[in-house]
Unconditional design. Sequence first.
Length: 163
Amino acid sequence: MSLGVRVGIGYDSHRFVEGHGVLLGGVLIPAAVRCTGHSDADAVCHALTDALLGGAGLGDIGEMFPDTGAENKDRDSLEMLRLAVARIRAAGWVPAQADLTVIAETPKIGPHRPAIRERLAETIGVAPSEVMVKGKTNERMGWVGRGEGIAVIAVATLVRSEG
Ligand code: MG
């Protein structure tokens, strides 16, 4: 029996290097660091993409956008999220809601929360009220605590599309 509702979880992390801002959910947050990665290294988009693909039972971001692919080098992660949502919709599922936690000592997420919520919501096709983004430090413990990078956890709900 299928419930008509699915929940997916996603996780992503990226290493910090010296730079001028951290891209999260398509919003560039001013900082003395940036994230490195094969694509544009937007950990918020990557975690949310994985949560949505997982909930739909459609694998993961690494399968859909291999980091060995030249076409994915420096790729816009909002575009990858948009393409993942198109695939999810084609499989009969619609994103309903998402909740994310960003774990990093810096930068602070709070001031940028409305912009990130709006950008993500627009990309996955829900109202901004249906996307939440929360910032946490790691209390200076471990690699996150030493400021070596950023981690993001995302949960997303999908509902079966009608017809
Ligand atoms: Mg990533």
